[in-house]
Design a protein around this ligand. Sequence first.
Ligand SMILES: O=c1[nH]c(=O)c2[nH]c(=O)[nH]c2[nH]1
Length: 300
Amino acid sequence: MPTLGQNQYGKAETRVVRVTRDGATHHLEDLKVSVALSGDMDEVHYSGSNAAVLTTDATKNTVFAFAKEHGIGSPERFGILLARHFTESQPTLTRARIRLESYAWERVPTPGEGDHSFLRDGRGIRTAQVTHDTEDGWEVLSGLTGVTVLNTTHSEFHGFLRDRYTTLAETRDRVLATDVTALWRHRWAGPAEDRDWNASHAAARRHLLDAFARTYSYSLQQTLYGMGARVIDHRPEIDEIRLSLPNKHHFLADLTPFGMENDTEDGAVYFAADRPYGLIEATVLRDGATARIPIDATNL
Ligand SMILES: O=c1[nH]c(=O)c2[nH]c(=O)[nH]c2[nH]1
């Protein structure tokens, strides 16, 4: 008889929006939550007995009930509350992994008319992944995705290997653009739903953007390392960060058929290519730390 391997189940992509009222000033939290549970699940697969199965429907209901009862606060805190609830309330559930996306809204100012209008912020999505395993303990990852950044200069690329298929021209001045996906692992220091996850996230985000902007780049790989190292150097609570950076190529448009020069010196026109794109990925680790973020965790 074939053996059942790793398995998990739960409700994926529950969208939950919480409004908190402070008089006429309202606050909005907007999440997508995916629950994946594991444990004593041999029987449901082998024989169809559901006796050990907490329904995926109940896990979805728990997301809404917890949002009302405990508030959200931050994706990390909310993920910790949910993971703890599932592993501590059901003996058959020994592992809970909660993935969260958080969508930011900024206010549309309406002086004198209350504060209840919002504009969805398009500057990327905040992510988190909380895992509680009754044997292995806790892991909290925070991250972001879809944060698009571009430098119009201070990027060169030359000196690379050449083989018979290499045609790329060397460049001393190019546009460097990417959509940042990053996931970082927090050093675990006990139950921490009350930690200031929002401040930690804001600081890590700031360091990533600052390092992207300030690195004089000879490759996107070098920029990636600079971004990760900046976070590790400045945030003692973070031991590991994995980055996935597509190279959003901007090619100089060929204007010679029109008798026009097009060079970077005095401002140029680029063709912003869509695909294919280079994809540069790496983990940056604190000295002595062990890499635990899976290599494809940033490609979900
Ligand atoms: O920053 C870059 N890294 C590469 O590895 C690469 N390869 C390439 O064609 N262009 C670039 N740019």
